[in-house]
Design a protein around this ligand. Structure first.
Ligand SMILES: C[S@@+](CC[C@H](N)C(=O)[O-])C[C@H]1O[C@@H](n2cnc3c(N)ncnc32)[C@H](O)[C@@H]1O
Length: 288
């Protein structure tokens, strides 16, 4: 692969990925009119310790660090090349780490942990591992929040086909396994930690394209970029297509999105770690 460099020293692929992550965050934030749903704003104002797990290029963390200067933010990602190199507020720290192994934090360290858009990199088993570890390092009384985009089940055939492959990307090593819907599985995974309470799930429905106004156009651009650029190589090789054949299918997808009502859902799940003693994790025996 040839990497084209720009002034920032980023390759073309990295630039595209960065642009895509900006777009995803902008769409999510605009849809929700907020950057998070867990009731943590007051704590963040006073001063909290926060982890963004799989933080990517740190969009979320940089914005919150600016909004909440009394809080301390840690962004953790497996790939350190995605971390911002030019902006680094005093209350932000980025570190390399693998969410599928034990993280270098003591139990009960963070007031708030969050993780977003891991559908293409984690299968259900990985989510379970990561959630267990995030809950371990969450303080009693602290909040965990997860957010993911999902296509609507009523999507047209092209959108459904692309979206299914997109989800299967994370699960490619598990042939024959059915892809899972995070909106259905994440509540169970969170609940089965047996140390979370006040579990909530909410979603925003985003109509794709002109019918959805400016947000709809931004959602359209997000999907166009997701399949036309970000996952192009993977899908071309999976479907054994050359570039021209692949672009024809992408064009059919875009036409379908313009012609019929399709939407994506942005889901958020959050919950609070119980305050008190928990005997027999896995048996549900918690003393509040
Ligand atoms: C699609 S990006 C999402 C980034 C960011 N959370 C967002 O919403 O824009 C997935 C991120 O997860 C990171 N990642 C993948 N596997 C990981 C792991 N096992 N531990 C930590 N980070 C991981 C990738 O490097 C990538 O930055």
């Amino acid at each position: 692969m040839t990497l084209l460099s720009d002034d920032d020293g980023l390759g073309k692929k990295e630039q595209e990925m960065e642009e895509f992550m900006h777009l995803m965050y902008a769409v999510e934030k605009t849809a929700w009119k907020s950057s998070f749903s867990a009731p943590v704003a007051k704590r963040l104002e006073i001063g909290a310790k926060v982890l963004d797990a799989g933080c990517g290029n740190g969009n979320w963390i940089l914005e919150q660090a600016n909004n909440y200067p009394a809080s301390e933010f840690i962004g953790l990602d497996k790939t350190s090349s995605v971390f911002p190199s030019q902006i680094r507020p005093m209350n932000v720290y980025f570190m390399r780490g693998n969410l599928l192994t034990r993280l270098p934090f003591d139990d009960d360290t963070f007031d708030y942990v969050r993780m977003s858009n891991m559908l293409t990199v984690f299968n259900k088993e990985n989510y379970e591992k990561a959630i267990t570890e995030l809950v371990r390092i969450l303080k009693p009384g602290g909040y965990i929040e997860l957010s993911e985009f999902e296509h609507s089940p009523e999507a047209g055939p092209y959108f459904a086909m692309f979206s299914e492959e997109f989800k299967l990307k994370a699960q490619s090593e598990k042939h024959g396994e059915q892809s899972f819907q995070p909106s259905e599985s994440l509540p169970d995974l969170l609940s089965h930690t047996y140390v979370l309470t006040s579990l909530q799930k909410a979603h925003q429905r985003l109509l794709i394209g002109g019918r959805g106004g400016r947000l709809g156009m931004a959602s359209y651009e997000m999907i166009k970029m997701c399949f036309g650029v970000i996952h192009e190589e993977l899908l071309m090789s999976k479907w054994a297509l050359n570039k021209e054949e692949y672009m024809e299918i992408v064009a059919a997808l875009l036409e379908e999105l313009n012609e019929r009502e399709s939407w994506v859902n942005s889901y958020r799940h959050w919950g609070r770690k119980i305050v008190g003693r928990c005997d027999g994790i896995g048996m549900g025996g918690c003393i509040m």
